[in-house]
Design a protein around this ligand. Structure first.
Ligand SMILES: [Zn+2]
Length: 297
């Protein structure tokens, strides 16, 4: 299995993808509904986005299924489309994945917060993830090669997602939280400390501990430094392209690509194993990181 081989290869930095959402919006998708619906409504658009990341040099690209769990789709009255969306998402990426590269099953939070903020609870979350994961797992080789549970802000919900993955799959798992820096230090929005998140992921024996989205690449370097002091696990980062600004009621990321690459390279030098991008990162970002990585070998 090449992902685990890559992980063990000390000379290899694994390059993931950028933001599929940003690319879809660039191609005309108007948000409001989860972009996951495009897998069935506009598979050609989805495939062109996925392909553009593989061509830019990503070693692995993620299915467009961040919001395609039962509870999340239900929020948009799309739960009856769960099977169709996830099946087609897998088909779309398999059609464009070049030989020797990998397909990552992307799993994201349900959008249903825990009690008393919402109706979320362990069993409810877990069963919501299960149907989706069964489809993406496919018939072993036909399915995804590994998993990335990302964007989580609540360790309980992450725990539920990991339990669901492990119930149906024995493939490798990357697990990423969104962590921001506040007065007390690095915490998730639900108040879980960096230390607690890491302890939980170690206990769950995931393959890679990761962070994605906020808080911009500069603070991400501090986050990596702190995480490195807390764990020997391989680390994955998928930061946003800097801090967002609002222009004409639209969120835009104006960080120059050179600055993004400089900060990513600083994280690689700190020992990060997997790099990629979240909001605002395009195939251009990935291609520039690819160039930097290749220039080091
Ligand atoms: Zn993001």
């Amino acid at each position: 299995m090449s992902f685990l081989k890559w992980l063990k290869d000390s000379g290899k930095t694994i390059l993931g993808d950028g933001s599929n959402g940003t690319e879809l919006i660039d191609r005309g998708f108007i948000s409001g509904k989860p972009p996951d619906i495009l897998n069935i409504q506009n598979p050609e658009m989805v495939k062109s986005v996925l392909k553009s990341f593989y061509l830019a040099g990503s070693d692995m690209v993620q299915t467009i299924t961040l919001n395609a769990s039962f509870l999340h789709l239900k929020k948009h009255n799309l739960e009856s489309k769960l099977e169709e969306i996830n099946k087609q998402a897998l088909k779309n990426i398999k059609e464009v994945c070049p030989k020797g590269k990998l397909v990552v099953g992307e799993i994201g939070p349900s959008g249903e917060f825990r009690n008393p903020f919402g109706l979320g609870a362990f069993e409810k979350w877990k069963s919501s993830f299960l149907n989706q994961i069964e489809i993406l797992e496919g018939n072993k080789e036909e399915g995804v090669d590994l998993w990335h549970a990302m964007g989580f802000i609540d360790i309980e919900e992450m725990h539920a997602a990991l339990a669901a993955i492990k119930e149906v799959s024995s493939k490798p798992i990357i697990a990423s939280f969104i962590i921001n820096k506040g007065k007390k230090g690095f915490y998730t929005l639900m108040g879980n400390s960096l230390e607690l998140c890491i302890q939980m992921l170690e206990k769950e024996e995931v393959d890679v501990i990761g962070f994605n989205c906020d808080p911009g690449t500069t603070l991400f370097i501090d986050l990596v430094r702190e995480a490195k002091g807390l764990t020997d696990y391989p680390i994955s980062v998928k930061p946003n392209a800097g801090k967002p600004t609002l222009e004409n009621f639209k969120t835009v990321y104006n960080q120059p690509i050179e600055e993004y690459v400089r900060d990513i390279s600083a994280m690689i030098e700190l020992g990060v194993k997997i790099v990629g991008g979240c909001c605002g990162t395009s195939p251009e970002h990935i291609q520039s990181v690819r160039k930097w990585i290749d220039s080091q070998s």
